[in-house]
Design a protein around this ligand. Structure first.
Ligand code: SF4
Length: 581
């Protein structure tokens, strides 16, 4: 057993005899793995079946041996390997973990016989159902949807005897939410556009996403560790988001948005082990104030402190502020996302300047010492005037909160986080160019230098103008580095050797793209046509054809779209059909 597990709660230690071993990979370090609720859920779900023993593999640090955490076995001891991935930056590590474990990374080169050392490889997680294609060459099966909704039926089939091809054909042709990438062949045009997708007989043209319906007990932390990045007991308030921010993939690919009732959330909170009183809530952005207030009362009655990474600026109630003050939380982030009120209409954020100032004042009044603000640059139609509006907003916030800090003897710091916007599949901004350049410039920016320079210029401008504001710290990213994320986000399966080269340390991103004759421009900067086929459309999220482009048109006109109301709204098409199992 790995020493990290000595302090962990929720570990399964099962004997192997008579059980099917399943390896569960997380392509990042232990502190991040143990903070990921989805990864924990799969671990619990698999181990709650008596005939399965599931052991975790995390990305090794400091030249550690690559072995399972529970029994320190090697990956080649497993005939079933699951991998969960949430972020594009983790793609190279996921395929490198197969190599490090002695498993052939390319699915079509694994033999027809399934056995330890030549396992069936199943990938899932939000990174997969947003766009499975970048990792498609490495997986036998990809889970399109939420684990609780897909895994029970999938596991039954995976444990049936049969050759690799037989098992895959059966699963792909009969099970909802299971994509067999080897059964789909893509052809491409010279500019990188998908030309056609041909599908093996018996498999669906598109794989429909499957989601979890009602929850009696809200999903919550199954594993707790002092090493966790988020050192608290997490509970979900719901899944997805009803706000429809046009840049945000989670708001579209988790549709329909589902809010768990107050009873389910409190039932989830009650599952926490004795002595655990620091809790975090996921999904605060969309939760109703009345539900939050009810939960706040429960937490106060049970002497729990509340922690959250981000809060929607127009959802801060007195009840929540009281709990916040009692929780002695020192730092809270609010996300204007867009630099100006006009841009916040473009992205459908629906937050006015007054909301942001009021939120800042309320939070500092409740005892916050660090106020984090998160904005993106490179959004469509963004100009220097939008940046200037952000600068004046920061001045105003500082003016308002300064006396509050002075009165209590400690001034509140503002941390502004400036992030280059990455267009994501399945959002209205999937058609747009990384870097935020106008269409014509982006079409000719074949080496992506214009995109990177445009973002760098905006960062420099903001830093220069903001350096005179006391107690304000500006954190920025590196647009040249974010370019690789923008490539992976909308990449197709031709990117596979690039991911493998980067993951195994053979080449840098730039070298690998060149070696495999791929251009970043095709994926990251090329503006997309309204009628083109996207590789991620092999997944069917139930969103009506044309809806995302209509939303893009509304964005350009800075027109708002109201939040989801699943009882009456049929706007995007997702609520027309039941996608629960
Ligand atoms: S149909 Fe309406 S409520 Fe349902 S997911 Fe789409 S926009 Fe939201």
């Amino acid at each position: 057993m790995h020493p990290l597990l000595e302090l962990e709660r929720g570990t399964f230690r099962k004997k192997w005899k008579g059980r099917q071993p399943v390896a569960l990979l997380y392509p990042n370090t232990y502190p991040l793995a143990v903070s990921n609720l989805g990864y924990q859920l799969v671990y619990k779900l698999l181990n709650s079946l008596d005939h399965i023993v599931c052991e975790r593999f995390v990305y090794p640090q400091n030249h550690e041996a690559f072995r399972s955490l529970e029994s320190e076995r090697t990956l080649s001891d497993f005939s079933l390997v699951f991998g969960s991935v949430s972020f594009e930056q983790d793609f190279p590590r996921l395929c490198a973990m197969l190599v490090a474990g002695g498993v052939e990374p390319y699915a079509d080169r694994r033999g027809n016989e399934v056995r330890a050392g030549s396992p069936l490889v199943v990938f899932g997680g939000v990174g997969v159902f947003m766009n499975p294609e970048p990792l498609a060459e490495f997986a036998d099966i990809m889970v399109i949807g939420e684990a609780e909704a897909v895994l029970p039926a999938l596991l039954k089939q995976l444990l049936q005897p049969g050759s690799r091809q037989e098992v895959l054909q059966k699963i792909g042709s009969t099970l909802a939410g299971c994509y067999i990438p080897g059964g789909y062949t893509f052809s491409y045009r010279d500019d990188g556009r998908v030309n056609s997708i041909s599908v093996m007989a018996g498999l669906p043209e598109r794989v429909r996403k499957v989601v979890q319906g009602h929850q009696e007990v809200a999903a919550h932390s199954e594993i707790l560790s002092p090493e966790a990045e988020l050192g608290m007991y997490m509970t979900e308030l719901g899944r997805g988001c009803s706000r429809g921010c046009r840049f945000c993939a989670a708001g579209f690919i988790y549709r329909p948005p589902r809010l768990w009732g107050g009873d389910a959330v409190i039932a989830g909170l009650k599952e926490r082990p004795a002595g655990i009183d620091r809790v975090g809530l996921l999904g605060m952005e969309m939760s109703e104030s009345s539900t939050l207030d009810r939960i706040a009362v429960y937490l106060q009655e049970n002497d729990c402190s509340l922690s959250f990474s981000s809060l929607r600026a127009d959802r801060i109630t007195d009840q929540l502020l009281t709990l916040l003050a009692k929780s002695k939380l020192k730092s809270v982030a609010i996300a204007p996302d867009g630099c100006s009120q006009r841009l916040r209409r473009v992205i459908n954020k629906g937050l006015a300047e007054k909301d942001l100032i009021d939120a800042a004042v309320a939070l500092v009044g409740a005892g916050i010492y660090t106020l984090k603000l998160y904005v993106m640059i490179g959004l469509p139609t963004e100009t220097v005037q939008d940046l200037d509006e952000l600068i004046s907003l920061l001045h105003r916030i500082r003016e308002e909160i300064l006396p509050l800090g002075q009165a209590r003897g400690r001034v509140c710091e503002i941390v502004l986080s400036v992030n280059s916007f990455v267009p994501k599949p399945w959002t209205p901004f999937q058609y747009l160019s990384f870097g935020g350049q106008e269409r014509e410039r982006a079409e000719n920016d074949l080496d992506c230098s214009g995109a990177v320079q445009s973002l760098r210029y905006k960062i420099k401008y903001l830093k220069k103008k903001l350096q005179k504001i006391d107690n304000l710290h500006v954190k920025v990213d590196r647009p040249d580095k974010v370019l690789s994320q923008a490539v992976f986000s909308r990449a197709d399966r031709r990117i596979a050797p690039v991911l493998l080269d980067i993951g195994t340390g053979k080449r840098s991103f730039k070298q690998a793209m060149k070696a495999h004759d791929l251009r970043s421009w095709e994926y990251a900067v090329r503006p997309r046509a309204q009628d083109e086929i996207f590789c991620w459309q092999v997944v069917d999220h139930g969103i009506k054809e044309g809806h995302l482009h209509q939303e893009l048109e509304k964005a350009v006109a800075a027109k708002a779209t109201s939040p989801c109301d699943t009882t009456i709204c049929r706007r995007c098409g997702v609520c027309d059909e039941d996608t629960t199992p």
